[in-house]
Design a binder for this molecule. Structure first.
Ligand code: ADP
Ligand code: MG
Length: 351
């Protein structure tokens, strides 16, 4: 997918003025509340008119103020998933889903109803009214309805923001499954860096009506490490734990990580803050932290006065953070050997 946008739109005191070209399948738009993300979504989808500018998607002009090109929303083949599901209350789940299907021109329909129902696991809900669905089920139906319109681009405007953590990670799996199964590129919009990390590869950083930078989610996370109270969040997908002394032992990077037990999940995503990794120069005799990893420094970076330290621990990779003084005392440079101490309780299960 290639999207070229140069748009201006003003409402009273707020003005949106963006110009970017982005290529990829999993694009993020990251920015605080009020930075103009939803305005950008509605301009791209054709729900609002820009004051000026151009929108080109995969070489096709959707809007151009110079020659009055303005493809109507239903012909843009851009689907939107909103924060709230907005289902039709008088229709069943199946009716809601089919609405999306019927809305697309027959020649463009490339997603088959049964496959969609299978991917989003909606089979048992089809005949239900939408009133007695849970919040997560409603969001799944809304995603299904949008996907069934066979969009060539999906705009996801904070689709996880109204969900609690458990539900959020379930919906993430469905969003990923649907976009991968049906090969739909998307713009994932959020103010959550964690969601960006999970959903996007490239990111447009929005601030005060501008797109200030285009970067990778990894670089965005690193650049914010020293400014964020939670530091850099290491994300670890771990599976099939063994029980050890009331903790869970997971294979990771050619070694094992001991994590405070948290139930029986075959697979889990854990977060570990860069602030929760203690770096030590020499192997201690004994230590209360249950993880002591033999690591090599593979890189360093700076962020907000802190030093980010990339660690290679076998095949595993972690980012730790230290202050400059500690970096000097530890003699941190590429290739130096360090031990990383991490408490079993420092890992938090996300989903
Ligand atoms: P975000 O989605 O990043 O939170 P929005 O695009 O919703 O930001 O809003 C950006 C700014 O534009 C806000 O200050 C908002 O109040 C203003 N705004 C958005 N839509 C309208 C509108 N239709 N009329 C007037 N102001 C609007
Ligand atoms: Mg918004």
């Amino acid at each position: 997918m290639e999207l070229h946008v140069a748009l201006q739109k003003s409402f009273g005191a707020f003005s949106l003025d963006v110009s970017f070209t982005v290529r990829g399948e999993r694009i993020g738009v990251f920015g605080p509340s009020g930075s103009g993300k939803s305005t950008l979504v509605s301009l791209l989808a054709g729900l609002q008119q820009p004051d000026n500018g151009i929108i080109r998607l995969d070489g096709e002009l959707l809007y151009d103020s110079h020659d009055a090109t303005n493809i109507p929303p239903e012909q843009r083949r851009i689907g939107i998933v909103f924060q709230h599901p907005y289902l039709f209350p008088h229709m069943s789940v199946k009716g809601n889903l089919l609405y999306g299907y019927k809305r697309s021109a027959p020649a463009n329909r490339r997603i088959d109803f049964d496959s969609l129902v299978a991917v989003l696991q909606l089979d048992h809900l089809l005949s239900r009214g939408v009133h007695n669905l849970s919040g997560g089920e409603k969001q799944r139906v809304a995603i299904g309805r949008t996907v069934l319109s066979s969009p060539r681009l999906l705009l996801m405007d904070e689709p996880l923001s109204a969900l609690d953590d458990t539900l959020k990670f379930q919906i993430i799996d469905y969003l990923k499954a649907a976009s991968e199964a049906f090969r739909i590129p998307y713009l994932f919009i959020s103010h959550s860096l964690l969601e960006m990390r999970i959903m996007a590869d490239r990111v447009l950083a929005a601030s005060a009506g501008r797109i200030e930078a285009q970067t990778t989610t990894e670089d965005l996370a690193r650049s914010r490490m020293g400014l964020s109270p939670v530091g850099y969040i290491n994300l670890l997908q771990l599976a099939h734990p063994r029980k050890v002394d009331g903790m869970s032992a997971y294979a990771w990077g050619g070694t094992e990580l001991l994590i405070s037990a948290d139930g029986d999940h075959p697979e889990s995503l854990f977060e570990l803050s860069s602030k929760d990794i203690i770096l030590i120069k020499q192997h201690p005799d004994a230590i209360s932290a249950r993880n002591l990893l033999d690591c090599t420094v593979s890189g360093t970076f700076r962020s907000g006065g802190k030093v980010g330290v990339e660690l290679a621990c076998g095949d595993g990779r972690l980012v730790a953070e230290v202050v400059q003084q500690a970096a000097c005392e530890l003699g941190i440079e590429i290739g130096s050997r360090l031990f990383a101490a991490i408490k079993a309780s420092a890992f938090r299960r996300l989903g």
